[in-house]
Design a protein around this ligand. Structure first.
Ligand SMILES: CC(C)(COP(=O)(O)OP(=O)(O)OC[C@H]1O[C@@H](n2cnc3c(N)ncnc32)[C@H](O)[C@@H]1OP(=O)(O)O)[C@@H](O)C(=O)NCCC(=O)NCCS
Length: 259
């Protein structure tokens, strides 16, 4: 079993992901679409590629991804409790609760995708590659937000590439606006950092946001992430505007020192 990323030209609709066996679909800013998820063997991979050919789309690339990404949460004991919150891996049944806040304009304006309806959202949320990287945050038994942990390989020269496999993670967060301003995101992401560094043994975590998304970068700074980049008008917002982006990161040794 390997995790693959298949990239095609143009923005495919959610139905294509369903036709490809529930791979996780993401529209990229460069006008391409990526499908990611576990593929059992070469026969299944060839069948997927044949389906893409039959759809008449242009295949741009196929690559294997860091294998521990799906199932990374299997290495931890769940649920995890903080003072006020419970963190646990996402389940397909969570899709409708998450849609209730992700569909809101005040939330969707900052995040990568805004599916057209609950069905399209459910198809994307329940794709194995997506579920395997999503955590739910609960307060008194209700979902108040979700977190992403996408484990990645570090860049490395070929001879040492094995050592750099699955040692980094990109983090993400989306909280229900009803629960903004109470420190819940801070509490959840602080715990996520602990899980990443102490339980998963990762060496570096990163997070990105639009520079205009002040609540998100303030959260990053509150939990101790270091600003590493400010890129200028590099990211296309669905409003049609090219926006600045901020990149933040934290190394395990920095976290250890602060902890
Ligand atoms: C990014 C996001 C999670 C930040 O939410 P948030 O409510 O600002 O963050 P927290 O839950 O940690 O709350 C922090 C606020 O609560 C206050 N607070 C109250 N009690 C607190 C406590 N016990 N601990 C910490 N902060 C507390 C803080 O002072 C802060 O308020 P301030 O912004 O006025 O200074 C939220 O804006 C969001 O989900 N946005 C939409 C999706 C999004 O943009 N995702 C990121 C894409 S890159």
């Amino acid at each position: 079993m390997n995790t693959y990323e298949i990239r095609i030209d143009g923005h495919a609709d959610a139905l294509v992901a369903v036709q490809l066996g529930g791979l996780c679909l993401e529209h990229q800013a460069d006008g391409t679409t990526t499908f990611t998820g576990p593929v059992a063997d070469q026969a299944q991979l060839h069948a997927l590629l044949a389906r893409i050919r039959d759809l008449g789309t242009t295949l741009l690339s196929v690559r294997t991804m860091a294998t521990p990404s799906p199932g990374v949460f299997d290495r931890l004991d769940w649920p995890v409790h903080t003072d006020r919150l419970t963190l646990r891996p996402a389940r397909a049944a969570d899709a409708d609760a998450v849609w209730q806040y992700r569909r809101l304009e005040s939330v969707a304006q900052w995040i990568t995708e805004l599916p057209a309806d609950p069905g399209a959202f459910r198809a994307r949320f329940t794709a194995p590659g997506r579920l395997a990287t999503s955590l739910m945050v609960e307060r008194d038994g209700s979902i108040i937000g979700d977190l992403m942990v996408r484990v990645e390989d570090g860049w490395a020269q070929t001879e040492v590439a094995d050592t750099a496999r699955a040692v980094h993670a990109e983090l993400g967060w989306v909280f229900d606006p009803t629960h903004h301003g109470d420190g819940y995101a801070t509490e959840a992401v602080r715990e996520l950092l602990r899980l990443c560094f102490t339980e998963l043994g990762l060496r570096r975590i990163t997070a990105l946001c639009f520079a205009d998304n002040e609540p998100s970068w303030r959260l990053m700074e509150r939990i101790g992430l270091r600003r590493e980049s400010h890129t200028v008008r590099d990211s296309l917002h669905r409003s049609g505007r090219w926006l600045d982006s901020l990149g933040y990161a934290l190394l395990a040794e920095e976290w250890n020192t602060r902890a």
